[in-house]
Design a protein around this ligand. Sequence first.
Ligand SMILES: *[C@@H]1O[C@H](CO)[C@@H](O)[C@H](O)[C@H]1NC(C)=O
Ligand SMILES: *[C@@H]1O[C@H](CO)[C@@H](O)[C@H](O)[C@H]1NC(C)=O
Ligand SMILES: *[C@@H]1O[C@H](CO)[C@@H](O)[C@H](O)[C@H]1NC(C)=O
Ligand SMILES: *[C@@H]1O[C@H](CO)[C@@H](O)[C@H](O)[C@H]1NC(C)=O
Ligand SMILES: *[C@@H]1O[C@H](CO)[C@@H](O)[C@H](O)[C@H]1NC(C)=O
Ligand SMILES: *[C@@H]1O[C@H](CO)[C@@H](O)[C@H](O)[C@H]1NC(C)=O
Ligand SMILES: *[C@@H]1O[C@H](CO)[C@@H](O)[C@H](O)[C@H]1NC(C)=O
Ligand SMILES: CC(=O)N[C@H]1CO[C@H](CO)[C@@H](O)[C@@H]1O
Length: 660
Amino acid sequence: MIISYSAFAAFTLLLCNAAALPDSHAVHEKREATSERWIKRDRVNGLTTLPVRIGLAQSNLDRGYDYLLDVSHPDSPNYGKHWTAEEVAKKFAPSEESIGAVRDWLTSSGIDRKRISHTTNMGWLTFHATVQEMENLLHTEYYHHEDSETGQVIPACDLYHIPNHITEHVDFVTPGVGLNVRNHPQGGPPSPWKRGINDHHEPAKFQEFPHEKIHNNSDLATCDIAITPACIRALYDVPLPTTAVKGNTIGIFENGNFYAQEDLDLFFSNFTPYIKNGTHPILDSIDGGVAPVPVAQGGGESALDLELAYPLIHPQQVTLFQVDDINYSNGSLNASGIYNDWLDAIDGSYCTYSAFGETGNDPSVDPVYPDPLPGGWNHPLQCGVYKPTNVMSVSYSAQEYNHPVNYQKRMCNEFMKLGLQGHSIFFSSGDTGVAGRATDPAPNGCLGPNHTIFNSRYPNSCPYLTVVGATKVYPGHTVFEPESAANDLAGAPYKTAYSPGGGFSNIFPIPPWQETAVASYFKHHNPPYPYYSGNEPLGYGGGLYNRSGRGYPDVAANGDNIAVYSAGKAHLSGGTSASTPMFASIVNRINEERLLRGKSPVGFINPVLYAHPEVLNDIKNGSNPGCNTNGFTAVDGWDPLTGLGTPNFPKMLELFLRLP
Ligand SMILES: *[C@@H]1O[C@H](CO)[C@@H](O)[C@H](O)[C@H]1NC(C)=O
Ligand SMILES: *[C@@H]1O[C@H](CO)[C@@H](O)[C@H](O)[C@H]1NC(C)=O
Ligand SMILES: *[C@@H]1O[C@H](CO)[C@@H](O)[C@H](O)[C@H]1NC(C)=O
Ligand SMILES: *[C@@H]1O[C@H](CO)[C@@H](O)[C@H](O)[C@H]1NC(C)=O
Ligand SMILES: *[C@@H]1O[C@H](CO)[C@@H](O)[C@H](O)[C@H]1NC(C)=O
Ligand SMILES: *[C@@H]1O[C@H](CO)[C@@H](O)[C@H](O)[C@H]1NC(C)=O
Ligand SMILES: *[C@@H]1O[C@H](CO)[C@@H](O)[C@H](O)[C@H]1NC(C)=O
Ligand SMILES: CC(=O)N[C@H]1CO[C@H](CO)[C@@H](O)[C@@H]1O
């Protein structure tokens, strides 16, 4: 079941303009706010036929933690026994009880059983009915609603009712209260969930530098000036890889940013001569995603991600998930959703999956395909055309407040399902400390009327992701000393100030594997700020962060002064954009060793890491300022800027090889 509408029950008689409502019924959905865009017109003729879909409540959605712990907690006898896609679909499909109860309700209300079909993905009952039948069934009235921008007219009601005993089995009914824009957004007004160019991806932090200075890749003396592959191997004690088990490629996500082969070749020849020129990722182009591009257009994010992964994993390969056609991915069409198309492409069932009142992509957030514009992906949305890789790394993120809550919950649930199937998914924690991106929504990137409240990030507040913060080797320090949290002032060395994103979700509660770590952080290192918690509203009592929320990041790795080539030039780059593919690559190496021994990939790694923080280097120095505060502070144990710490490869490997 989704949201409880019982709170509305008392108002039913006032709101309901339909025939007398029996006590046995309650409001199931009511439109929260009507956009000015939609004009309510006349009543729909009772004899009009509607295609009706009843979304059935998914089973067991609230048991994700338990299922995931069962296959990923180090003490579980089922560790590593991941589920197949079919097992996942079956476990979360609506129960026979739900299907039966809803079907009985329909037939007893006069919808003949023979008219009702059950869709193959098990989530829906569908049938055709007249408006009159639906009005009787749902105790409602349907009106034409006109989209003032496009002239499109759709039937919808303001609210509808269903019997109390059915409530828990029904997610939602369409046509119902929804007024979604179903057509192509081109020509329409800006979507409320807009994105600009590079809205999600982290760096845009580049500083040109003389590559002669760090050109000797075996010299660790200059790792405080520029981080080379040799510095990374020394920091985390990672030997050069030698093997490549078939299929053990690392997945890298890109959207609106494109690599150039020339940049990879320049990098290989300067830093890793053992990797041949021309070495390139396997392209999984999603909905028209294109790569590579000519060197002049070589993108910094793609260069950084690939140039960090290759030295750690080669001869293992990279699978590049290049998402969305040019107009969507470069932001010239306003759709802020950048992850759903990727998830659809690697799991076809997600295309039509209903949960939390959302089904499939949300046309008010996500790109709409076919895209008939010149150069657009003029084909249907790609569903299930690629396989997810064992490890996937995403150096993009936005803020929770930018996206509908149910949209985020549905996506988070998908990350849980991928974890159950043995995939490890890494997201960067963001580069703006406890704040959101500048100007989003306030100039300082903070929430609340006074712009003081910390702005937690999306989608990395989802507890089923492994979120990566960032560290730095400060001037005068070596790779053999402990690192500190990265914290750069504006202009030094990048244009904008940078420190790792970290904090507490306003949507997702603290997951069980994190409870002890977060409680210990609050007990021993209580941050000096007021907070809100439980059901208290945002900013209650002057609170700056949600004490009940999932804390992030989970881990960290180096993310500053990274030597890269992009657009044909040597640069220093940084950000959690860098630490994320670095950490993910190290996990790909651990998978390689497990696969060589006939074991499963590690899958969702958080329960193991929280149970064994000793396999990470705890980071105890630094802070992540924002919202006119010094942010949080790196301390003994977990903290909301470097998580549990950076990888100690030999210790991590030893631990994961010991597990079944
Ligand atoms: C996208 O949003 C921008 C800025 O709000 C606006 O100027 C532009 O017209 C919108 N484009 C489309 C295709 O809706
Ligand atoms: C690179 O640096 C190492 C360590 O400082 C040094 O031994 C070696 O001679 C240098 N190699 C070159 C080609 O400069
Ligand atoms: C590899 O490509 C780079 C960039 O084009 C070039 O500078 C370098 O000489 C090439 N190396 C080899 C061995 O061909
Ligand atoms: C996006 O790409 C299209 C096609 O190349 C181009 O016409 C448009 O100007 C680009 N928009 C932006 C904002 O870069
Ligand atoms: C915002 O600042 C004003 C003036 O200092 C103060 O009175 C008010 O309580 C603050 N509001 C919040 C929500 O903190
Ligand atoms: C704070 O977190 C809790 C637990 O996830 C959540 O239920 C609550 O809604 C959050 N509060 C706010 C104001 O977002
Ligand atoms: C602690 O971090 C600061 C920067 O935040 C750095 O200047 C200092 O050298 C670090 N101290 C140690 C002991 O690493
Ligand atoms: C709206 C928009 O940006 N349209 C562009 C889509 O891409 C083609 C070429 O790939 C451009 O010509 C359009 O201007």
